[in-house]
Design a binder for this molecule. Structure first.
Ligand code: NAD
Length: 489
């Protein structure tokens, strides 16, 4: 039985509540975890509060915290294969993808560990008041609640854990209830790395109870959430109880604009990658293909030919290119999403259903799907499907391409494929998204900030900004020649 980590102890819930964790490839139970409720969540928050107020974690030199975070990166590298296997068992993604995730995760811990004694500095400013000094210092925010989704369970956790720790915060994390295994393992590694008691706490359980308590509890100073838009809105409301600091990484409906002058083969290949990687369960998946009309038919033909050949299967088979969706519930949502598209009048150019292959019947598979004859007013073009489904729209002019790309409540990311450098820059300047790729898709790294415009979220993870999310800024004014003001004589 996998347990929660509260105040330096591995504990089961008082209620005895458990959840079976399912392999989405064959529905086998791969682990059983103890699930907490509001009481355990309160205990975890109290432990984090006590550790913040009473331990020296937030006041030791930042370089010391950096050493611990380096050690966590070492341990992740040591246990890379075990972690990758666990992630693939839990999510269905290929082991090759999970191994890439683990490398990225270790790199995130390293990046912030290196930053510990560099970017955590303050600043002396020129005081306009005679005989005084004025300095800006950066301090930890306090107790942080961190809530993560199921699509990149440990990667999303690492973007929150590493900067929060380096900045000197204490924290309570809740992974998605359906994919907690790698987060549990990393809490074991953080214990091994020597993080003091109460600094990191892990609670397991449903969002409506455990997650809501984390977002609303008045002893929490910051809530950082990655997940869906509707959940993000609930968290924003719950967090208002004590005006918590808020970091939201929400959904996306990301356009990928292809101009006729782009390198054709590269653009097709990247468009495939943009949407079929991890079965489209990627917040930045390029699910809205916007293609110049002169190459539309040829582009769709090429995409369809290649989508037909994508190898579905177990993430543990080397030949597999795409695994299953995460759960039965999510598969049903993707089926409904495509059915709605059919009712709206799209053409299913390929896919559009679950596969017939008898080998795949126990898994939550959906065929790689290309939908054409799509227009921007359709829900299938506006809603996040979060599956291996791409919608294709046409444009005639550069202005129209940009207008279609921006026609969304979301603003997470977008791509532009063209060999005309000036055109690319003109488009990018007008695209309202947190990340725009030119002649590439879905690329991110620890050094660059990640986050969304519009309803894709608030704040940024990764980069220097990702650390600043976990810092308060204090202005310290020092009067070097204090004397009475005699205002109130
Ligand atoms: P979700 O919103 O259903 O759940 C995310 C987390 O929130 C889970 O841990 C869940 O238990 C918890 N939760 C649910 N209800 C809650 C509540 N009322 N209060 C507090 N916590 C609650 O999202 P999901 O289905 O796990 O993940 C998919 C979504 O995540 C997609 O919309 C995707 O775009 C988004 N996502 C965004 C990014 C990004 O960087 N912007 C990255 C990954 C995923």
């Amino acid at each position: 039985m996998k347990k929660m980590f509260i105040n330096g102890e591995w504990v089961e819930s008082n209620s005895g509540s458990v959840r079976h964790i399912i392999n989405p490839y064959n529905q086998e139970v791969i682990a059983t975890v103890s699930e907490g409720d509001i009481d355990e969540t309160k205990n975890a928050i109290a432990a984090a509060r006590k550790a913040f107020n009473e331990s020296d974690w937030s006041t030791i030199p930042a370089i010391e915290r950096g050493k611990v975070v380096h050690k966590i990166a070492d341990l992740i590298e040591r246990d890379r294969d075990e972690l990758a296997n666990l992630e693939s068992l839990d999510t269905g993604k290929t082991v090759a993808e999970s191994l890439m995730d683990m490398d990225d995760i270790a790199a995130v811990f390293r990046y912030y560990a290196e930053m510990a004694d560099k970017e955590a500095d303050g600043e002396i400013i020129n005081s306009p008041i005679p005989n005084s000094t004025s300095k800006i210092v950066r301090e930890p925010v306090g107790v942080c609640a961190q809530i993560t989704p199921w699509n990149y369970p440990l990667l999303q956790a690492s973007w929150k854990l590493a900067p929060a720790l380096v900045a000197g915060n204490t924290l309570v994390m809740k992974p998605s209830e359906i994919t907690p295994l790698t987060s549990i393992k990393v809490f074991e590694l953080m214990e091994e790395a020597g993080i003091p008691k109460g600094v990191v706490n892990l609670v397991l359980g449903p969002g409506e109870s455990v997650g809501n308590e984390m977002a609303s509890n008045n002893d929490v100073d910051l809530v950082s959430f990655t997940g869906g838009l509707e959940t993000g809105k609930k968290i924003m409301q719950a967090a208002s109880s004590n005006v918590k600091k808020l970091a939201l990484e929400l959904g996306g409906k990301n356009p990928n604009v292809i101009f006729a002058d782009a390198d054709f083969e590269t653009a097709v290949d990247q468009a495939m990658n943009a949407v079929f990687f991890h079965a489209g369960q990627v917040c930045s998946a390029g699910t809205r293909l916007i293609v110049e009309e002169s190459i539309h038919d040829q582009f769709v033909e090429s995409l369809v030919d290649r989508a037909k050949n994508i190898q579905l299967g177990s993430g543990f088979e080397e030949s597999t290119q795409m695994g299953p969706l995460i759960s039965k519930e999510h598969l049903n949502k993707v089926i409904e999403y495509v059915e709605r598209g059919k009712q709206e009048g799209v053409t299913v150019a390929v896919g559009g259903s679950v596969p017939n292959d008898p080998e795949l019947q126990k898994g939550f598979f959906f065929l790689p799907t290309v939908l054409t004859d799509c227009t921007t007013d359709m829900r299938v073009v506006q809603d996040e499907g979060f599956g291996p489904v791409i919608t294709v729209e046409k444009f005639a002019t550069e202005e129209e391409a940009v207008q279609l790309a921006n026609d969304s409540i979301y603003g997470l990311s977008g791509g532009v494929f063209t060999n005309d450098i000036a055109k690319a820059e003109r488009c990018v300047a007008k695209m309202r998204m947190g990340t725009v790729w030119i002649n590439d898709v879905n690329l991110y790294f620890p050094q660059a900030p990640w986050g969304g415009y519009k309803q894709s979220g608030i704040g940024r993870e990764l980069g220097k900004t990702g650390l600043e999310e976990y810092q308060e800024i204090k202005h310290v004014f020092h009067n070097l020649k204090p004397e009475p003001l005699n205002w109130f004589k």
